[in-house]
Design a protein around this ligand. Sequence first.
Ligand code: UDX
Length: 448
Amino acid sequence: MALKITVIGTGYLGATHAAAMAELGFEVLGLDVVPEKIEMLAAGRVPMYEPGLEELLRKHVAGFEGSSGRLRFTTSWEEVGAFGDVHFVCVNTPQKHGEYACDMSYVESAFASLAPHLARPALVVGKSTVPVGSAARLAAKLAELAPVGPDAELAWNPEFLREGFAVQDTLHPDRIVAGVASEGAEKLLREVYAGPIGEGSPFVVTDFPTAELVKTSANSFLATKISFINAMAEVCEAADGDVVKLAEAIGYDERIGKKFLRAGIGFGGGCLPKDIRAFMARAGELGADQALTFLREVDSINMRRRGHMVELAREAVGGTGGFLGKRVAVLGATFKPDSDDVRDSPALNVAGQIHLQGGQVTVYDPKGMENAQRLFPTLGYAPTAVDAVRGADVVLHLTEWREFRELDPAVLGEVASERLILDGRNALDPELWRGAGWTYRAMGRPKA
Ligand code: UDX
């Protein structure tokens, strides 16, 4: 009989995983504790912007004409416990307020709510990013609280999806990592991933702690790569070098690789910043903090980028009086393009700092306006890029949306007060902007 799957937590990770499992042919039941989210998903709407996800959802969610009907949603733990053979836990683990450690309360409460409803053998699969050691503890808790006892097994199966590519990354992962404590758990996970998701993806079987560490170390490596190139940008600025050329040239070395070498205002979002901090906190608890002291530097290089962009902008608008009486257009609010996520967004951090220093900031973002307005209600907002730039003394390009690369600098030059643009993502074409009479400056590149 075909396995039945449940997905607990329907954020980026859970909503995408649930739709992907239905795409593979499984019957899927998604659960969230927020009824509004469940209502939206059941009506075929995704509560965030994620390319392709709504289409995939509608292809499977019960009630849509022509849908497979394999995907349903609920808020009932009882229903989930009775339905599933395999339960994926996809709740988030945000940074604790004022601390480096992550907040495990959603994970803890998911396990505490699910376990009492596991009355027949089931595999619970953790996908959330957790401090190493959590899986072993949660496995014991599961066996203790579940009516089936040790027949409620745990596996740890970290997820590596990127926002903006969530569907693609879930359906075609680089690798599948399975942290298991028994052959039975491995067999069941292999069965789940036997279809097209697993095809061509290496399946790495390991223990709980290694599986947990794969995720945090992968994100730490990515963060380190970005901060490395941003450190090179600082040196390039001091030495009049060009970090974009430098990145291209070192990237031809296959051991280094081209990806994640884009210098700019640094990384943000709901994962990289909080994951490296939680990793440091956990290493400290384990007495291994020395191994990760470099991550402190990775974090501080990253945070320095935001301040540096503010400095460049202040310099650009004339210095001494700071930003007082100056209009600053900010293109981009999300932490990366193709997402509406503004969590720990470098763009909004820069915009907020300039606002606090007296600048008159106007932000435009293709998809992140609503979330940005909620988080930073005191900033100015404009309905289009052209409107944001109207009357601006300086334009800051802070999130590299395609829409911004396709802007016509001549048109913007007509409405701007000064033709002055700072590219915080090294993503615009300097020649194009300079050709239209703009002073173009980027981070880690010569002034020209
Ligand atoms: C990241 C990991 O990539 C993913 O594997 C993990 O599952 C979750 O965390 P995500 O947060 O969606 O994914 O974003 P990512 O594409 O990694 O970008 C993170 C940040 O780094 C963004 O703010 C982006 O603008 C910045 N970045 C990325 C750079 O500044 N330079 C680069 O070269 C690449």
